[in-house]
Design a protein. Structure first.
Length: 128
């Protein structure tokens, strides 16, 4: 039941990203709210959340997403950030490269780099 609720929240966020053409603090805070729902109350996590909040307030979207990856998905890493045909591609892998299975890869594509990274992050969250 909890896993189904988490999947629904992730799907709602993915649907919000698709038509978006501008980056906003609101989107970043929605992403953080989703992450907060699963974080345990530890001093390290709280400090990381504070850092993320500061990055969002400063408009440092990309740094914020990198920080969120560290907090939420420590086994995942960025494999590729590239621009192709007017859009950004962000590829994440879990574990060593090359990935062992397709479930160890996640990707996002968007005209804006932070939104491509958000999409990849959400896909990785969905994959576990």
């Amino acid at each position: 039941m909890l896993e189904e609720r988490n999947t629904n929240r992730l799907n709602v966020l993915m649907e919000k990203l698709r038509p978006t053409h501008i980056m906003s603090s609101e989107l970043m805070l929605l992403l953080m709210d989703e992450a907060r729902a699963e974080l345990s109350a530890s001093p390290d996590k709280e400090k990381a959340i504070e850092q993320f909040d500061r990055l969002v307030k400063d408009g440092a979207w990309i740094d914020g997403i990198f920080r969120l990856l560290e907090i939420q998905l420590p086994k995942w890493r960025v494999q590729n950030l590239s621009m192709d045909n007017g859009g950004w591609l962000c590829s994440l892998v879990r574990g060593p490269y090359p990935p062992k299975t397709l479930s160890d890869m996640a990707g996002g594509r968007h005209k804006l780099l932070p939104l491509a990274m958000m999409s990849a992050y959400l896909e990785a969250r969905e994959r576990g």
